[in-house]
Design a protein around this ligand. Structure first.
Ligand code: UFG
Length: 327
């Protein structure tokens, strides 16, 4: 298929571009490179515009023959979203609204949208399925939920189709394609732990050890970014077979505490990772673990990299590659 990938120079976006290329699709990337990277483009054409720029957006989408869009471009930091809510709504909600309108004007009717576990807020069940109540406890999660609702309404009033993929904790790296996670500043646990170990980042602080969990630290469902990528390939390829609107939770169904993750990173690096215990980080639910049964049943999706050790090892290989290639 001829596909447009917004945010294709970012972490999950670039791994999905790699998977789409491997599956034989023709990919064009739209990215303002505010957090994405030129090195992640993989030879694809880049449309270097911002989704808030409706004039150029409309012009760039028209007449190109795109058959579908995978929409990763977004602001995605929980802490930043608390401090700059209007900016988050403008980028994530406004940007997606602009994109959908430009798609409709260009007669592109298929969208795969990057959603998040942050739409659920504090879980009321051990495993979170698609029907779990949506009560985000941070602005980032609110913006993603509003977009899901907007997309559902659009699919009900036209022949537009949308699939929302709700990621739990995206992690790991593709060591074959030399792709991986690179945010500035970095806020995520695994790269922070690995960089603390390598001496290339700040010392690690563990945010809170008084949560109601097995060891007091937050529990998350870490899902390998290549597994997220394969779900996107399935979602866009199979969109005609499903209803106009669909939501899928993507995780392994296994919860690992922050302490478990630090231990896995220590194993990958081969040294201890010194860390201090700090206060809780605002907006962090105690536990987030997916039920991905619906994605298994309807998308035929199953993660291939289930263990935290494998995920941490691939992230460490990527850190070493980055360090050596930029040295
Ligand atoms: N953590 C630390 N120290 C760090 C970084 C993180 O202790 O330096 C902890 C966090 O407090 C949390 C866990 O490690 O308990 C995981 O944190 P991440 O920042 O790696 O990931 P989050 O769970 O905060 O974020 C993920 C996605 C977001 C999404 C969020 C939903 O990356 O996009 O889940 O809550 F919004």
């Amino acid at each position: 298929m001829k596909l447009l990938v917004t945010g294709g120079a970012g972490f999950v976006g670039s791994h999905s571009v790699n998977a789409l290329l491997q599956a034989g699709h023709d990919v064009t990337i739209l990215d303002n490179l505010s957090t994405g990277h030129r090195w992640a483009l993989q030879g694809c054409e880049l449309i270097p515009i911002d989704l808030r720029d409706t004039y150029h957006l409309n012009r760039k989408l028209k007449g190109r023959g795109f058959e579908g869009v995978l929409h990763f471009a977004a602001k995605s930091l929980v802490g930043e979203s608390k401090n700059q809510p209007a900016m988050y709504y403008q980028n994530n909600v406004g940007g997606t609204t602009n994109l959908v309108r430009a798609m409709q004007a260009a007669d592109i009717q298929k969208l795969v949208f990057s959603s998040t576990a942050a739409i659920f807020g504090n879980p009321i069940s051990d495993l979170i399925d698609e029907e779990h109540p949506k009560a985000p406890i941070n602005v980032y999660g609110q913006t993603k939920l509003v977009v899901e609702q907007m997309l559902q309404a659009v699919t009900q009033s036209s022949n537009f189709s949308a699939t929302c993929l709700r990621y739990f904790n995206a992690a790991g790296a593709n060591n074959t394609a030399n792709l991986g996670e690179w945010h500035e500043p970095e806020t995520h646990l695994i790269p922070n732990a690995l960089r603390a170990a390598a001496g290339t980042g700040n010392p690690l602080t563990l945010f809170g050890d008084d949560y109601p969990t097995v060891d007091g630290t937050c529990v998350r469902d870490y899902v390998h970014v290549d597994d997220l990528a394969s779900a996107h390939v399935a979602a866009i390829e199979q969109m005609d077979k499903r209803g106009a609107f669909g939501t899928y939770n993507l995780g392994n169904g296994n919860g690992y505490s922050v302490k478990d993750v630090i231990a896995a990173c220590e194993k990958a690096v081969g040294t201890e990772i010194p860390h201090t215990i700090g206060p809780r980080r605002e907006g962090d639910p105690a536990t987030l673990v997916a039920s991905a049964q619906k994605a298994h049943n309807e998308l035929g999706w199953s993660p291939k990299h289930e263990g935290i050790d494998e995920i941490a090892q691939s992230a460490w290989n990527w850190e070493c590659y980055r360090r050596d290639s930029l040295a």
